[in-house]
Write a protein of this length. Structure first.
Length: 196
């Protein structure tokens, strides 16, 4: 039988070459995924969220820009230097993230700076999906790697189930054959002794 027609051989080959193909991007996905799972627990990944004085945002946009400009590490001079402003009414804060990924947490009621630190979670997310390497790496390297990992999972399950299925089939054949080849040979030996 050709190796291309034998599902066991085909699964092993797909498993081996698939693992080699996706090794580098998959290590990046695993490492960054572990770090991103810890982003709320580890301030090195993402600054710890503070709590503001109230839950109703009062601070205007002009004040937001002025507060952002007051933190020299963020390097913000104009709105062009701000990547985004994230409003969290339930916690009473506004998160201002600069283009350089510096995060400033501002009390949305008083305008006071509550916390200021470098934010690595966005960089880790861009590594995780491959866009940090090149805009097209996301679709042409990391997406195919994800598909190959899914195929590895399928072939791995098949290769794990194969011995179980083989043992069950062998047990059924032995049960149908009257106890298996050992008993048949015993019967043959007894028949030979009677005729002698």
């Amino acid at each position: 039988m050709s190796s291309f027609r034998n599902p066991r051989v085909l699964s092993r080959k797909a498993h081996r070459w698939g693992a080699i193909t996706v090794a580098a991007p998959f290590v990046v996905v695993i490492a960054t995924g572990i770090l991103l799972q810890l982003k709320k627990e580890w301030s090195w990944v993402q600054p710890t969220e503070q709590r503001g004085a109230g839950t109703v945002p009062v601070v205007g946009l002009e004040r937001v820009l002025a507060v952002a400009q007051s933190v020299p590490e963020a390097g913000i001079r104009t709105w062009a230097d701000i990547d985004r402003v994230d409003l969290r009414p339930a916690k009473g804060i506004m998160k201002i993230t600069s283009q350089s990924q510096w995060e400033i947490q501002v009390d949305s009621e008083t305008g006071a700076v509550l916390h200021s630190a470098y934010r690595r979670s966005d960089w880790l997310e861009s590594l995780h999906d491959g866009s940090w390497f090149h805009p097209q790496a996301k679709l042409w390297v990391f997406l195919p790697a994800g598909v190959i990992v899914f195929i590895l999972w399928l072939t791995g399950i098949y290769l794990w189930l194969l011995p179980i299925q083989t043992r069950r089939r062998r047990a059924r054949l032995l049960a149908v054959g009257g106890g298996g080849p050992g008993r048949r040979s015993d019967r043959t030996a007894r028949a030979t002794s009677y005729t002698a």
